[in-house]
Design a protein around this ligand. Structure first.
Ligand code: GLA
Length: 382
């Protein structure tokens, strides 16, 4: 794949030296929809990648080629503005716009980008593009900003240029994940540490629902807004910045609408589950970890209401198979992938039994990605 992108770069822009950046995707093991409320999350790098090739130009043109969309877009450095027609280009332009806001000069640049992260599957191909471009920009200009600043810049590109109010988890993990580890992030303080995944005979399997997620960003933004509203109401009684600072939400039940209370309850409980999940991993208690995955899914389904029939079907199926430890939706939900923790020896049985049932129920074939936690973009591009 990397060679293919490098080849199209040379075909389009000509020979000579250029830089290639390798950027993985991510799956969140647990801690869903709480990063934007200062919670703990536990993602890991996934071995599906975005490759971006690029170099500076002598003029002020910005030339962008998307391998996956087979599209070309061109503008100049004075016109870094949102593109309705070339949506993929916004993840690149947004990063350039953020570097400019920090006061850096944006040179003319030519980039070819592509990879094998399935789009819309909840593996955060968008954050992978943002991080990839942020790293590429540094390598070709020689500018260097601190890791946390780079992560925040990539997130702002998505918040402000693309218009999705995402939290910081995706950009964080895609940049700083480490091979064979999960990454525990405190999204309030931005402190983090690595948690080794000693997966003796067990594997994480992603099951892609292949469901179209057309309304997902508006549902996402509305969840972000509704939990912010809960913070505003609770602030009348107690000084908090985020819901995850609250240990017990029940005293505020009658202050919140029924719906907002359910959302807030998910946040408070999911945050606690993450720390329990880490202590399970630290004592190699994968049964306990798997149980927390099921609880997380139930809460995302019933309280946060970001699951869908397809995801529930996969999780329900998984629960009835011997050798499966746990399953849950991963990422924003409403489609995308379920994450299943299971014994290596039953993977082919799991796939061959689930596929025809899923196909019969929904008329589409699910896809499966077995993944090995990999290094983030910082370590992939020394
Ligand atoms: C998306 C967002 C993340 C996070 C997850 C849900 O992936 O980009 O910031 O909120 O959804 O946990």
């Amino acid at each position: 794949m990397k060679e293919q992108i490098e080849k199209v770069f040379t075909e389009k822009f000509g020979g000579g030296p250029f830089i290639t950046i390798t950027t993985p995707s991510r799956a969140n093991l647990i801690g869903e929809h709480i990063d934007y409320q200062g919670g703990y999350v536990l993602p890991a790098g996934v071995d599906r990648f975005i490759f971006s090739c690029g170099r500076k130009r002598k003029d002020n043109r910005i030339k962008l080629l998307s391998f996956n969309y087979n599209q070309y877009f061109e503008t100049d450095t004075e016109n870094i503005i949102y593109q309705k027609k070339y949506k993929w280009a916004n993840y690149i332009l947004g990063v350039l716009a953020e570097y400019r806001k920090l006061g850096y000069d944006i040179p003319g640049i030519e980039i070819a980008i592509g990879g094998n992260i399935p789009v819309g599957s909840g593996l955060s191909s968008s954050a992978a593009v943002e991080i990839s471009i942020a790293v590429l920009f540094q390598k070709i200009t020689g500018i260097e900003i601190e890791p946390l600043e780079l992560i925040k810049l990539a997130r702002r590109a998505e918040n402000e240029f693309v218009g999705v109010s995402c939290g910081i988890m995706d950009q964080f993990s895609i940049y700083l994940s480490k091979k064979d580890n999960a990454l525990l992030i405190n999204c309030k303080t931005l402190e983090y540490r690595y948690v080794p995944l000693l997966m003796d005979g067990l594997k994480f399997l992603l099951v892609d629902t292949k469901k179209e997620r057309s309304l997902s960003s508006s549902v996402y933004n509305s969840r972000v807004a509704s939990v912010k509203e809960a913070v505003g109401i609770i602030r009348q009684y107690r000084d908090i910045e985020f819901l995850t600072e609250i240990d017990d939400i029940t005293p505020y039940k009658d202050k919140l609408s029924e719906e907002t209370y359910k959302r807030a309850l998910h946040i408070v409980e999911e945050n606690k589950r993450v720390l329990e999940a880490v202590s399970c991993l630290e004592r190699n208690d994968f049964n306990g970890f798997g149980e927390l995955m099921y609880q997380s899914h139930k809460s995302l389904k019933k309280l946060y209401e970001v699951s869908c029939e397809e995801l529930d079907f996969i999780v329900g199926f998984a629960k009835n198979i011997d050798g499966v430890k746990g399953a849950r939706l991963t990422g924003a939900g409403m489609g995308g992938c379920a994450l299943v923790l299971l014994e290596e020896s039953i993977i082919s049985q799991f796939i061959s039994e689930l596929t025809p049932l899923y196909q019969k129920t929904f008329g589409i074939n699910p896809e499966f990605y077995l993944f090995q936690p990999v290094d983030g973009a910082l370590y992939q591009n020394p």
